[in-house]
Design a protein around this ligand. Structure first.
Ligand code: MLT
Length: 249
């Protein structure tokens, strides 16, 4: 990729924060890297709007602001899961600021009616003080079985989840529930794209990633061995190797 691709902006998934990408600081030897917190996660307060009113456009605006703050040059957007949904909304809204896409453990489909019900059930859990039990379960489900006994690793995942603002978590749930189906957009992506997926990702499995990569003109697919839904955190070296290979073209 040409010099437009010298900056990589990393966008985390739900309900995590920028520390998801700690393993990707290693890429700073060849590229400028910036890891952002979405509103309501990590160090950032939530949006002022009521959770029900949130859509992915709010988060895409936050990404646009981050790019502006970083000098307003086009960036490679590297985004995981909900971050990937946001990246597709960013592509829809300001493709001129996107030099490339790295879509990790994500999908283009909207929530199914069942999935939408699940979002409301999760909102209810957060509102009734059951978020911690939900995070405990998620911290296991999101990662490869081989990692589940790694207490330090799970503690890092849980620390991000527990650090999320309760309103911010609800906002993200509503925004995901309210999101469009982006499949029709995939064929119109004209920037170099890498699709990354953990071999054992149970939430957005490799078959879906393969199909997404097939629909994006010229996209590459990297399947990360022995990784689940948090592949860049679970297997940073393997992910970084895939990213380096992609960016070096
Ligand atoms: C994420 O990892 O961002 C979320 O789990 C995605 C989702 O719930 O759809």
């Amino acid at each position: 990729m040409d010099s437009l691709a010298s900056r990589i902006l990393f966008v985390h998934g739900y309900p995590l924060d920028r520390r998801l990408w700690d393993g990707q600081y290693a890429l700073a030897d060849g590229w400028s890297v910036r890891m952002m917190d979405l509103p309501g996660f990590g160090a950032r307060p939530p949006f002022p709007e009521a959770p029900e009113d949130l859509t992915l456009t709010h988060y895409a605006d936050a990404v646009r602001d981050e790019i502006r703050e970083w000098g307003d040059e086009p960036v490679v957007l590297a985004a995981l899961s909900m971050g990937g949904y946001i990246a597709l909304e960013c592509w829809r809204r300001f493709p001129e600021k996107i030099a490339g896409l790295i879509l990790c453990d994500t999908r283009a489909e909207a929530d199914s009616p069942e999935g939408q019900k699940g979002r409301l059930a999760a909102v209810e859990k957060v509102r009734t003080g059951q978020a911690d039990a939900m995070f405990e379960q998620m911290s296991k489900d999101l990662i490869a079985p081989s990692r589940r006994g790694d207490d330090d690793f799970r503690a890092r995942v849980l620390e991000m989840m527990r650090g999320a603002d309760s309103v911010g978590v609800q906002q993200a749930l509503f925004a995901m529930r309210n999101r469009d189906d982006y499949r029709a957009e995939l064929g119109g992506i004209t920037v170099p794209t890498l699709v990354v997926v953990g071999e054992l990702d149970a939430l957005t499995p490799p078959e879906g990633a393969k199909s997404m990569a097939e629909q994006i003109p010229g996209a590459r697919l990297a399947v990360i061995p022995d990784a689940g839904h948090l592949s860049p955190m679970e297997r940073p070296e393997a992910c970084n190797e895939a990213i380096r290979g992609f960016l070096e073209g």
